[in-house]
Design a protein around this ligand. Structure first.
Ligand code: F1P
Length: 337
């Protein structure tokens, strides 16, 4: 399966992305706000990238779906301010991503940088500057290594352009740590193949918000399982009422959030839900299943390492259900209006 090969070859792809961003020179820019945008997986990537960028550079950033730029540009870009739009798309041809660039064409106060896996794509041609990861040649409809690599490229970009050497040095160690994570992926098989669980909920906050949303989308695309995602503690404010013994709740945890994560996991277990935690301190938050990620990277630099277990969860469950993980129903590699 293409999806399987693309999941397990992530460490090598990340090494190439590191080399590429190391060699690339970026334009100098000083916007009032950096807006990260894309569709679907690429939007969830934007959510994590914006949080990471703001944390590492100290400059304001937010994420919006590309369709919001087309439909409500005045609600995204205020008059009198300078912006940098970072538009993300594996194909570089998704309708809304391309239309977002066209919507703001001619507005000199908005600079555009594209992040894509296709050199020469419409997006790469429209943007003033691009990060092109043309070593990522995914054949599967679902995005796996294109997500981790485009996010990694944007993390490296954030560290490089803000001359944050501490973060840059940490990020250079990520590919070898991804190697270890890939070695642990068989751990997820039991949960993936347990068809007693009919509903999956993914929770994360901060940079992990986008990772949790992307894990949800992988499972939905490959298996059409009912699943949802929330900013972690928001789950307690209503949605928790759906937890029962057919519900698995997956929490993306971290050193910073573990003290508030643990009581939530206990609450979920008390309602009969199966509580799964993933992260460096997954064994410290009262989960039924702890997927401990071995890493010495600090906080937000770990984010990418937490995703592959759930790319693999979706893949294994699809195979168990007799579905083709490479070709989800109702979906194509490029979505066009
Ligand atoms: C984004 C997207 C994905 C979706 C599927 C089809 O495309 O819509 O979110 O999972 O793989 O493509 P792109 O703009 O990144 O090429």
């Amino acid at each position: 399966s293409h999806t399987y090969d693309e999941i397990i070859s992530q460490p090598d792809a990340l090494k190439q992305t590191l080399q590429m961003v190391k060699e690339q020179r970026f334009h100098e820019k000083d916007p009032d706000l950096t807006v990260f945008s894309g569709c679907g997986t690429s939007y969830y990537l934007a959510v994590s990238a914006a949080r990471f960028f703001q944390e590492v550079t100290g400059k304001p950033a937010l994420a919006v779906p590309a369709s919001e730029v087309i439909l409500h540009p005045e609600q995204v870009f205020a008059k009198g301010l300078k912006y940098q739009l970072v538009i993300i798309s594996r194909s570089g041809t998704t309708s809304e991503a391309v239309a977002a660039c066209k919507t703001i064409a001619g507005r000199k106060e908005i600079g555009v940088m594209a992040v894509t896996c296709h050199a020469g794509s419409a997006l790469a041609r429209l943007a003033a500057e691009s990060i092109v990861l043309d070593h990522i040649k995914e054949k599967s409809v679902v995005m796996t290594q294109s997500f981790t690599n485009m996010l990694y490229a944007l993390q490296l970009y954030s560290a490089k352009t803000s001359q944050n050497d501490r973060i840059w040095n940490e990020l250079t160690r990520l590919p070898e740590q991804m190697d270890q994570v890939i070695g642990q992926l068989p751990q997820i098989r039991e949960l993936a193949e347990n068809l007693q669980y009919r509903r999956f909920i993914f929770l994360g906050s901060g940079v992990l918000t986008g990772i949790a949303r992307e894990a949800t989308l992988k499972l939905k695309e490959m298996t059409q399982t009912e699943c949802e995602s929330y900013s972690t503690l928001e789950f307690r404010h209503g949605p928790i009422s759906i937890v029962d013994d057919r519900t698995a709740v997956i929490l993306f945890t971290s050193e910073k959030t573990k003290e508030l994560d643990a009581p939530l996991m206990e609450e979920i277990r008390s309602f009969g839900g199966h509580a799964v935690a993933v992260g460096h301190c997954a064994d410290q938050v009262s989960a039924d299943t702890a997927l401990v990620i071995e890493t010495d990277l600090s906080g937000s630099c770990q984010a990418i390492l937490l995703l592959p277990h759930f790319q693999m969860l979706a893949y294994c469950r699809a195979v168990k259900l007799g579905l083709n993980p490479d070709q989800p129903r109702n979906l194509n590699q490029v979505v066009k209006i």
